[in-house]
Design a protein around this ligand. Structure first.
Ligand code: NAD
Length: 248
């Protein structure tokens, strides 16, 4: 399982979709590394919201990324309370898997609203604070299916391909102010999102991988921490594939 030891002492971080799965692992890794972490999620965090080895206590904000005003409000509140925002991880996401000829407008829209428009809203609100301070690290959680086609994932893969486009343009627009913007593209990871998939789809992903196992949320969190760290100071506009070789 991947781990990265990095020091984020005193850095203020925002993680979306932090209540479960990959977002929860990113929040936990940042709390262990000393960052002051604000988790944004429409769902409440589980009973394991804090752990013994956390150096900081995360703050949960109940917010739906589809509510534009609520997003503006919560980012402004965090910036006021902390006086700065150093790190952003745009991780929240949903899937509505269905062959495209059966996909309803509402399903298409729901996926685009959370995965792409939601991420854009948070990024836009955070960017003005990072621009003012001349520093910032942003990571967006895309997917290997934003880089390739996947049966049943027309909306999902379009949203993740869009997120990658947003990442690259944001890297160009924010780079001159000392802000890096990167994406990770996980393969299949064991979370609530994939646990309910039919066994044969999970097995196919395992067989596709070079390492012979599905990824764990901690594998993705370690790569996100690398991109947030000073070790990645000269890395921007890139997509780091975290798929155990699923697409190699
Ligand atoms: P998950 O379902 O465990 O977690 C997603 C979180 O996002 C949940 O806590 C959920 O409440 C939150 N969320 C959903 N809609 C929201 C909204 N409107 N506003 C605020 N929060 C909202 O899923 P996960 O597997 O941990 O996925 C996290 C990210 O990783 C997603 O963007 C997903 O697309 C991406 N990803 C996952 C996999 C995988 O195999 N699990 C692979 C590639 C990419």
């Amino acid at each position: 399982m991947g781990h990265l030891r990095a020091d984020f002492d005193g850095d203020v971080a925002i993680v979306t979709g932090a209540a479960s799965g990959i977002g929860r692992a990113i929040l936990a890794a940042l709390c262990r590394a000393g960052a002051r972490v604000h988790g944004l999620d429409v769902a409440a965090p589980g009973p394991e919201a804090t752990e013994d080895d956390f150096r900081t206590a995360p703050v949960h904000h109940a917010v739906d990324l589809c509510d534009a005003e609520a997003v503006e409000r919560v980012i402004a509140e965090i910036a006021r309370a902390e006086s700065r925002i150093d790190l952003l991880v745009n991780n929240a996401g949903i899937a509505r898997d269905r062959a495209l000829w059966k996909l309803a407008d509402e399903e298409w829209q729901a996926v685009l609203d959370v995965n792409l428009t939601g991420a854009f809203r948070v990024l836009r609100a955070v960017a003005s604070h990072m621009r003012a301070s001349g520093r910032g690290r942003i990571v967006q959680v895309a997917s290997i299916n934003g880089l390739r086609g996947k049966f049943g994932q027309a909306a999902y893969s379009a949203s993740k391909a869009g997120l990658i486009g947003l990442t690259r343009t944001a890297a160009r627009e924010l780079g001159p102010r000392g802000i890096t913007v990167n994406a990770v593209a996980p393969g299949m990871i064991e979370t609530a999102m994939t646990r309910t998939l039919p066994a044969e789809i999970r097995e196919r992903a395992r067989d596709e991988s070079a390492l012979g196992r599905l990824g764990r949320p901690e594998d993705v969190a370690a790569c996100v921490l690398f991109l947030l760290s000073e070790a990645a100071a000269h890395v921007t506009g890139t997509v780091l594939v975290v798929d155990g070789g699923q697409t190699t």
